[in-house]
Design a protein. Sequence first.
Lengths: 257, 468, 268
Amino acid sequence: MNKRSSWALPYFIFLVLFVVLPLLLIVMYALQDGSGHFTLRNITKFFSDKDALSTFALSIEVAIENTLLCVLIGYPAAYILADNKLNRSAVTVVLFILPMWINALMRTLATAELFNMAGIPLGKGTLLFGMCYDYLPFMIYPIYNQLKKMDPSYAEAAQDLGATPVQVFRKVTLPLSMPGVWSGVMMVFMPTVSTFAISEFLTNNKIKLFGTIIQENINNSMWNYGAALSLIMLVIIGITTFLQGGDQQEEVSGGLI
Amino acid sequence: MAEKDDIIISLDHISKSFGDKKVLDDISLSIKRGEFVTFLGPSGCGKTTTLRLIAGFGKPDEGTVTMEGKVINDIPPYQRKLNTVFQRYALFPHLDVYDNVAFGLKLQKVPEAEIEKRVKKVLKLVSMSDYEDRDVESLSGGQQQRVAIARALINQPRVLLLDEPLAALDLKMRKDMQIELKEMHKKLGITFIYVTHDQEEALTLSDTIVVMNEGKIQQIGTPTDIYNEPVNAFVADFIGESNILKGRMIRDRRVAFIKHEFDCVDEGFGEDVKVDVVVRPEDIYFTNDPAKCQFKAKVNSCTFKGVHYEMWVDTDTGYELMIQDYDPYEVGSEVMLYIDPDDIQVMKKERLANTYAAKVVGEGKAEFLGTEFNCDTTGFAEGDEAVATIRFENVELLDYEKEADLTGNVVFILYMGNHYHLTIKTDNGENIWVDTNDIWDKGDFVGIKILPENIELTKPATGNEQKV
Amino acid sequence: MKGKKIIAKAYLWLVLLVLYAPIAFIVIFSFTEAKSLGNWTGISTQLYQNLFNGSMQNASGLMSAVKNTLLIALAASTMATLLGTVAAIGIYHLHGRKRGVMTFLNNIPMINPDIITGVSLFLLFVFLGISQGYLTVILAHITFCTPYVVLNVMPKLRQMNPNIYEAALDLGATPSQALRKVLVPALRPGMISGFILAFTMSLDDFAVTFFTRGTIGLDTLSTYIYADARKGGLTPELKPLMSIIFLIILVVLLAINIRQSKQQQTKS
């Protein structure tokens, strides 16, 4: 018995080397100046840099809006997909998750071109629409999964006890599907904040998101400041994960296929 | 020496713990070649662990497992000349019936023609000849069971281990499989070691039954021995239905219980000694003859059980007894009853009161069971070792934690005719035995309270002599 | 009831229409010769011919990007499948705190946005002084792919009868034989879906590759497209290439899902 649990050891070492150590390095670089001395300058620089702060605020705003949009459009779709009476076809479900497998950059470029062709100027509106389009499948899939594995007898029991269809949805189905919504939010919110190439394409470089500044700093060899910005991002991840209430990841993304 | 050659497997002083939980405590036994041995006991009694030690899935912490004269503690399972039929079968889901059964032979690189011959033969033995190409997951529970047995038998093991093989089957199927297993055992002539919690199954199948509880062997014997002469209240209660009662041996061949005196066949307990008495419900007889009548009772319930009627009667002395008879007696009627001396089983009492090693920790304070109690410490000084004795009926059980000295769970309940005798396992793993009139369920969480005046401290026995 | 169903269907198809519009856009415009997207100059298979002949500008660049993408995906997903399967078996047999720690660590790469994974690994390679190239990209891909393999193998371990490994030992198999002949076949469906997932994630990745590829001019399809788009003109032959990739993924995914739902039907 004990022997087989030791099979986790190689992966543990791997994780320490390629996940834990790199994250610690972000912290280390963030708290160092170019010559390796401890400093808080990188952090204070961010908080005194108007441009960086407004980009940060904009990123959070876009991410929140995008996440809300995805929930609003994605939840009804997931609900219909999971309902046996409304949808019986497994193929429809596949069609909804399929775009996840297509190269995101290519899809984004095509979306931008579509806007161009339709004569819609690239800006915040197109950014939101394009992002929502990119991340919608990541919202639909976990909600669909959660609804699908829900025992239909809960809804039947509620009906039996006198709940109208609307009450059944509000008091039973919706609360029970919240874990799916939360993991969808996790799969949409953080990537939106941190995206860089996508926002460049969708706004023709007019709007910068937080991810873009991180990328620019790293690419211009400003590693310490880039690391500091990454550290701020890590803090946000920590907070959202904590608010979301831990790791339902294990169940939800268990079988993407 | 002939005697010794006859033993195929022996366990010597085996102990095994998982974490700090001791699951096997000094187990010793020998299994004869060709015998059908059953480990019987409630879940968690250590029977499956014992089987797994024999199979090689785990090593004992102490003691040795010997097979055919060789210690096999360190031999891995794949080199042991025995095979196992697993609980829930453990058939390989990616292989069909044929390949499941052929698995062992293919590993040994037996020629294909030979494999085919032997697979066919063993499938015939378990009446599964027509199922060779079937997917194992498409088979019923009973059929999977047969394949599992075939798979274990094809390696021609000297010993077949069966871990609750029938537990997942329905009642009818279980009865049929019992008969088939018995016939298979007779035909093959190899040793079967069988694990079950079903006492009826054990009585039906076995040559020898090993009754286990809490990691200890309670009794080893033939089914008739175990049924007719249980050595303690646990065995009497676990095997079949029984009336277990407090009694007093008056002298040889004369015992008192339910406030009446009876002739019996037991000797050697001494005079005026407290004992436990077991009377099986089918051994209490109704009579119309006042001369034969030993005691009177009133019928308070009567239920038809298929072959016999089960009746509960209240004796004229205030005890409740269960009686089984082919004829029903009307509820409320007065009946005359007697018991044959042969049918009274007298058992030595395992303990007369709770006794614990204690330490005096101050004026009027002693520590035992991991807690401090107030009690009379006259004649003791601080730091003295002592023995604390508490009578069964003086332990108070509460259904709340507040005011309790310590807490525990009900692990075993024995109905003694007019009160319950409970075994409580405290949170730190010690047992307290309690007599009570209140009804508790197995597994109940209880608070335990012992009043100072009910704790009697005595000097510990000197020398090596331990408490009785 | 009927009206509700129609509304529901209409909603689904509307969302699908929007989701697929850009993809359809690419596919449609792969059949015309025009340089830029959205410029229709009549039906033509010229771009497909160019793609297969290699008669286009910077053909070697695009072809090596495709080759790199596939090689990296294959190497990373194979390694991730091996590492993840062994890890899943180990984690399955862990208990209490140790298991909690492993599950937590395993979740980190999945929760982390690509850019954090990319930047952190970039810093690691800089810190350790490892020159970046194929090796670092593959290691980085293994890092974010393996958790998904673990998650796909785990349910198979839970479904598996815990005794089958012991049953194999009992029937005379050595531990390594039991592993090969019993454990791996039982876990195979989870390993395969984990592999496919890892493979597609690796194919699709941009950010992590971007940060870990170094300066040796290593391009995958994603970084190639990114550089191309930044330069202003997208290589027209990308359109037929993406169309073909899309078609392959569509067929594979539909086949897997149809087979799965058929299996489920025959079982129930």
